[in-house]
Design a protein around this ligand. Structure first.
Ligand code: ZN
Length: 263
């Protein structure tokens, strides 16, 4: 991942903005910047978030002050590193930050579309982090207050801390854009559709889609490898073994087998 701005040398001086109580990296927490100002481009959101993270006024609390912070900011096709992986931003999502890499993505309001190049950068960063820290690139329906739910990727909206605070970021526009990009990949196209459905199912609430996916896996949906695509068996394995069922009545029992490259 190409880092356009490294804010860490400056943020490091503000010791209330980070902590060293890292537990483990078990996934990613996605956020949206959401200044709330309509019409702001992702590039302006990026600059604004960088300025806020650098500001000495970004300080809250009494005896143990903290600042709004994340590991990365992505916006307008640019990436800023704020805090190194081995440290914890204090904070983006409270208790969950100790087990995650957090990323703020530029979005002015919750109805603004994300910048397509930013979603590409997000997927690139996610792929790197997934390889470095060995967690699957699956969306987690919910991470609870005891951090049960990892590993994978979660929206701030789907964490116990986020729901407690009424957070809705990054929201459906982020996940739809993410899915659009993934589904445009011919190698993954058939696998994703086989499990998660096509565009017609986008309107279903996420929890129902999880149930649908589990249902399909239970029915041992035939996950054929598109000819010559070289689909990664590890991806299918990750989907089959790390999925947390939304409904406790559902059991993931699918055996997913893939041939490698049309063999
Ligand atoms: Zn957030």
């Amino acid at each position: 991942m190409n880092i356009d701005r490294d804010l860490w040398p400056a943020i490091r001086q503000h010791t209330w903005k980070w902590t060293s109580d890292r537990v483990d990296v078990r996934g990613i927490i996605w956020h949206a910047t959401r200044s709330g100002l309509p019409g702001r481009t992702a590039a302006v959101e990026f600059e604004s978030a960088c300025n806020w993270f650098l500001s000495p006024n970004n300080r809250t609390g009494g005896e143990v002050p903290y600042g709004g912070m994340s590991h990365y900011i992505i916006g307008g096709g640019r990436v800023a590193r704020c805090v190194p992986h081995e440290l914890v931003p204090h904070y983006s999502a409270g208790i969950h930050d100790r087990m995650a890499i957090s990323v703020e993505v530029g979005q002015g309001t919750n109805t603004d579309q994300f910048d397509a190049q930013d979603i590409e950068l997000c997927e690139g960063l996610a792929a790197e982090l997934s390889a470095n820290f060995d967690f699957p690139l699956v969306r987690i329906p919910f991470v609870d207050a005891q951090n049960v739910g990892w590993p994978g990727m979660v929206g701030h909206e789907d964490t116990a801390q986020g729901r407690g605070q009424g957070k809705s970021d990054p929201g459906p526009l982020f996940w739809n854009a993410w899915e659009d990009l993934v589904m445009a990949d011919p190698r993954l196209d058939r696998l994703i559709v086989a499990i998660f459905g096509d565009n017609s199912e986008r309107t279903l609430p996420w929890a129902e889609r999880v149930d649908v996916a589990i249902y399909r896996m239970n029915r041992r949906v035939d996950l054929e490898d598109p000819p010559g695509s070289g689909l990664m068996p590890s991806l299918a394995e990750a989907l089959a073994t790390t999925w947390w069922p939304h409904s406790h009545t559902a059991q993931v029992t699918a055996t997913v087998t893939l041939s490698d490259g049309g063999g």
